[in-house]
Design a protein around this ligand. Sequence first.
Ligand code: ADP
Length: 431
Amino acid sequence: MQDFWLRVSLPVVFSTLAALFLWGLFSATLALWFMVIVLLIVMAYRARQLLKLGEWLNDARIETIPEAGGIWEEVFSQLYKMVKEHNQTKQELAAELHHIEQATAALPEGVAILNESHRLEWFNPLAQQHFDLDAKHDIMQDITYLVRQPEFIDYLHESNFNDPLIMIPSRHDDLVLSIKLIPYGGNKRLLISRDITQFKRIEAMRRDFVANVSHELRTPLTVVSGFVENLQDMPDLNQDSAKRALHLMAEQTRRMDNLVADLLTLSRLENEQSPLNEEAVNIQELFKEIYQDGKSLSGERHPLRMEIASSANLLGNRDELHSAFGNLISNAIRYTPEGGEILLRWFERGGQPVFAVQDSGIGIAPQHIPRLTERFYRVDRSRSRETGGTGLGLAIVKHIAMRHQAKLEISSEEGKGSTFALIFPLKRLLP
Ligand code: ADP
């Protein structure tokens, strides 16, 4: 500051001394003229510096700050410091904003900011996807013009946002969204959208599964309890009828038993905590076993052949593989009329080990094939039941295949027969 006053006063002191000197030497008029000229020069210089400052302020950049002398140097150097600090703060804020943008883009939820009149001030990429927004054109648009579903508009106008709105967006009917509005900062609102499609699908699957299991158990239970009531009401029932009733009851009990056994197998396979206990599985031995099982299930009604074209063994779980192969053979027998041929094969395709069961049975229409591995999905319900099916066999096979990173391939022609093949990955091949 002292320096500043010194710089301001020095020219005044010098010009006054010079004027006094001229006054003493020549005349007061000359001294006065001298002072006037000095003042005009100073004023012109100041005016020029002010002009430079004004021009620079129009586009205040650190690189273009004007050079100046005298007290203007002080002013410009202060300005230089201010601009530098301002630029630094701006850079820091921009970096911070970039971080926040990155974080919100990575959020697993859609986020949008609405103002008091429901106009979109900002949204992240997921909100853009959920509501089909255009990042360029939809900023500051009224969201009720962009998302026109009545339930959504009603929700925006509500005052209580404790419960989320569950909505299927009209432009993405394969999505289920859970939407929540959170008021903040006086009159702003945060619109949060969460994709709960998978959750809803699982919920529906669970509901269907419980309904299916109850239904599957209820039918045999009704039959058994009907017979029990009959037996109670008719104590003098002849032996033949009693035998018949007991036979049917035993059949239904077996059916329930099979169902519960398959349910337990499925639940064990689905349990992510249960690891796959791997071992070297001798395929020749396994084939002998399943061939014998198949023969006794068929009861000599089908010519059953096996073809082992590869000497490779498999790294996997023996019991699970036995169950998967057994299920496929049991299906081939159950869906092949008497006399129809069944062939079990073990071979390598492109180096990958393959287990296949080929039958000449009733076959499957193409529209059913993609759904066969769903629990309780059956093409012909009564045929499945008559032959002791639970509707869970292929679901079990699919799970075992997944646990072994294998692929289940189904090819079939209605009335001609089917082939079910399990293709194992190379890494499971034991030469
Ligand atoms: P199920 O106990 O009913 O046999 P699965 O899950 O094993 O249940 O099979 C599902 C459905 O797939 C069966 O109900 C049947 O309609 C069809 N299916 C399975 N294997 C065969 C096959 N080899 N030939 C014809 N249809 C089959």
